[in-house]
Structure formats: structure tokens, C-alpha cells
Write a protein that binds this ligand. Structure first.
Ligand code: ARG
Length: 393
């Protein structure tokens, strides 16, 4: 008889670790793990070793950091995507990409079932399922957390201890953590009580403000058509720039947010996010845009960013609407070229200088000093006409 096989999206965390033996106890002869390397806290070697130790027949790890940067993070940066003002969407960017390769892996291995360890109340199950369905509606999707008997993280830890599974959590340190090159998300445990301030042990990439240096650092970021291409005068890849900025901005406590967010399934949840590089890049990018774009494009771009962020959050990356918004954003980036210098200090991002060949800022019009070429007399007639539609008397 044919063996019953499943390809499991595996992160090495508590849920997917418990899922391997559970699937084997519940009808699957073979669990093949697929792990996307998006810059998580676990090394590929570690994942492979622990996956096999947990009972997987094979662990396939694919380095997708370049693809994540090129096809997701860079378009997202051009659009300045932020969900509900506080979340830079690190996890959300990764999910359609993971789903894409999960499907590819199922095809390559000749398996018709894919599985994941997403919780039944989270966004990730929606993002993965919806993308898998869009790419191959014939694949069966198995999500044990939606119906297994392990109804809490505590009971999963007991299960893992009983089965001697290699996990790095305990009931004391029970956070669910998802990390990639764009940032980290921390949830669960003590955070669920809104009366609790951010616990000290929940800081990962960012220092607490109390522990940040008393001297600032300055970073200059060069953009070419909306894409960061150099840091402090040195040409670097997007990945290198992000890595460097995570380090240096994280040291200054930049990019940490604590929020109550609205999930797709309708519940509100408390989340802690850290994205030092992401916040620095978006801050600098927006600043440059404010110089090279006209006010109508800037204002419309804000509306696009709001909708685009929701689409990404809701797992609808592979849709016509997302592609259409991306095409608009792409067009706006033609002149987003220049260098922005940012001071990093005590959790703050302060732009100290900007240079661009496409500046729409005209000092001879803006100045209150000598050399003013603005025609002051025109203002009165302009305002007469400008006010006209609103005059009721
Ligand atoms: N709430 C965030 C989101 O939906 C973070 C999810 C974190 N995921 C995780 N598996 N820990 O994007």
C-alpha cells in the first residue's frame, strides 16, 4: 500500500515540533518537513537535526532571504507598508512565500497533502491556506492545531516533554516568536494581560531605552528609485543594509512597538514587534519621497499604503488588486533617488540631512531671507479665488 505522506511547513518552534509526532500518531506514515530560511533564530543545520530527531523523514531547508527581499520587502518598502500604524508586517510578508514553496515542494515530492502548525485563531493559517488554495486548489491542507487535543501552549509543552521533543521553551518562557530579516513578532504568555507592561525578557533585537548608548549614531542611506543601495557611502545589498541597520538601530532601541491589533478572524490581540531596520528605512524613504513627489501623489500614496497594508496583512498578496497597487507604487518611485542621513538616538529617528538630484524644494521660493523670488502680491488674488467655493454670504 502507498505510504501516506505529508509536507509540513516547519519552523522548529513549539507548534510544528509537536505536529510531527502527532501527525505520525494520527494516520501519516511519513512527515517531510519544509523550512524556509527567511532569517529566523534557528540555523538550517539546527532545524535539520531537530526535525529528524523529532521524527521527520526528511527536512528540506531553502534559503529564501533574497527572494523575500526582492519580491516582497522591497516592493513593500516602496509603498511604506505599516499595519494599523504600528506593525511592519514581517510575518505577513513571509507567509505567501512559504506557501509558494510548500506547494512547489509537494509537487516535487509527489505528495498531495500539506500541513502547518498555525493556530486556529491566528492570521498565518489564513495566509498559508489562502495562498495554497490559489496556487493549487487540489492540495489537501491539514492544520492539526485546529482540532487536536492540545488546546493550550502549556499542554503542548507537556506533550513535548512526554515525547522528549527537542524544544527550547518552558512554561516560564512561553512566548511565541516569529523572526525574519524584516523583524520579529512576540506574542502569548505574560503579554496577554493588558495590565502588564512589556516584560524585560521579551526584548530580542532592540535594547531597552535604559540600556541604549548616550551618544547617537548617524547613518546615511542612499536610495535609487526607492531601493536602498548604500549605507554610509558603501554599496551594499538590501539584505546587508537591513542586517547592519537591525544591529545599529536596535542598539539605540529603535523600532519596537507594543500594540493591540485586529486579526483577520475578528479578535484583538496584544503583540510586541521589533523591526529596527524596517522603521529606519521607511522613515528615510518617506522623507525622501516628501522632497521629490508632488503633494497629490504623496496624499494618494498614503491611501494606497493603507489598503496595500491590509491586503498584505490579510494574506491576499497573490491578487490582482495587490499587483495593481504595486504597479502604481512602482511608477511613483522613478525619482526617489538620493541620500538621507538619520540620527539614531534613544529610540528616536531624526533626519539630519537630505540630498537628491530631483528635489522639488525651491529655496528661492521658500526662503524668508535674502534672494526671495516668490511673488508676494499674487497671494491675495490666489486666496480670493481659493476661498470662493466656500463663501455662503
Ligand atoms: N500577529 C502577527 C501577524 O499576524 C504576528 C504573527 C506571529 N506569528 C507567529 N507564528 N508567531 O502577522
Amino acid at each position: 500500500m502507498n505510504k501516506k505522506k505529508i509536507i509540513l511547513a516547519y519552523s522548529g518552534g513549539l507548534d510544528t515540533t509537536c505536529a510531527i509526532p502527532w501527525l505520525k500518531d494520527n494516520g501519516y506514515d511519513e512527515v517531510i518537513c519544509f523550512s524556509a530560511n527567511l532569517g529566523s533564530e534557528f540555523s538550517p543545520e539546527d532545524l535539520e537535526r531537530r526535525g529528524i530527531q523529532t521524527g521527520a523523514s526528511k527536512v528540506i531547508v531553502k534559503d529564501l532571504r533574497e527572494e523575500l527581499a526582492r519580491d516582497y520587502l522591497i516592493p513593500g518598502l516602496k509603498a511604506n507598508l505599516i499595519y494599523e500604524n504600528k506593525y511592519l508586517l514581517a510575518t505577513a510578508y513571509g507567509r505567501p512565500l512559504i506557501a509558494k514553496y510548500l506547494v512547489e515542494c509537494a509537487h516535487a515530492e509527489g505528495v498531495n497533502t500539506v500541513g502547518h502548525g498555525c493556530s486556529a485563531k491566528g492570521n498565518d493559517q489564513v495566509r498559508l491556506d489562502v495562498t495554497v488554495k490559489m496556487l493549487d486548489p487540489a492540495l489537501k491542507i491539514v492544520a492539526p492545531l485546529r482540532y487536536w487535543e492540545l488546546s493550550s501552549r502549556e499542554s503542548e509543552i507537556e506533550y513535548a516533554e512526554k515525547k522528549k521533543l527537542p524544544i527550547k521553551l518552558s512554561k516560564e518562557k512561553i512566548y511565541s516568536i516569529d523572526k525574519n530579516i524584516w523583524g520579529i513578532a512576540v506574542e502569548c504568555g505574560a503579554l496577554e494581560d493588558l495590565g502588564n507592561a512589556t516584560p524585560e525578557d521579551s526584548y530580542v533585537m532592540c535594547r531597552r531605552i535604559e540600556d541604549t548608548p548616550d551618544e547617537p549614531d548617524y547613518v546615511s542611506i542612499e536610495f535609487l528609485k526607492g531601493v536602498p543601495v548604500a549605507l554610509n557611502g558603501k554599496k551594499m545589498s538590501f539584505l546587508e543594509i537591513t542586517e547592519n541597520l537591525n544591529e545599529i538601530a536596535g542598539k539605540h532601541g529603535i523600532g519596537r512597538t507594543d500594540m493591540i491589533e485586529d486579526r483577520i478572524v475578528g479578535i484583538k490581540s496584544r503583540e510586541i514587534y521589533e523591526a529596527p531596520a524596517g522603521w529606519t528605512l521607511i522613515h528615510a524613504h518617506k522623507d525622501l519621497e516628501s522632497i521629490v513627489l508632488d503633494r497629490e501623489t504623496l496624499a494618494f500614496k498614503e491611501i494606497v499604503a493603507l489598503k496595500y497594508s491590509q491586503i498584505l496583512y490579510q494574506g491576499l498578496w497573490y491578487t490582482r488588486l495587490r499587483e495593481s497597487l504595486a504597479a502604481f507604487v512602482e511608477k511613483t518611485q522613478e525619482k526617489v533617488t538620493g541620500i538621507v542621513t538619520v540620527k539614531l538616538f534613544k529610540g528616536n529617528l531624526i533626519v539630519t540631512s537630505r540630498q537628491t538630484p530631483y528635489s522639488m524644494y525651491k529655496m528661492n521660493l521658500a526662503t524668508y531671507g535674502d534672494g526671495d523670488e516668490y511673488i508676494r502680491e499674487n497671494a491675495e488674488a490666489f486666496i480670493d479665488l481659493y476661498a470662493m467655493p466656500f463663501l455662503e454670504k
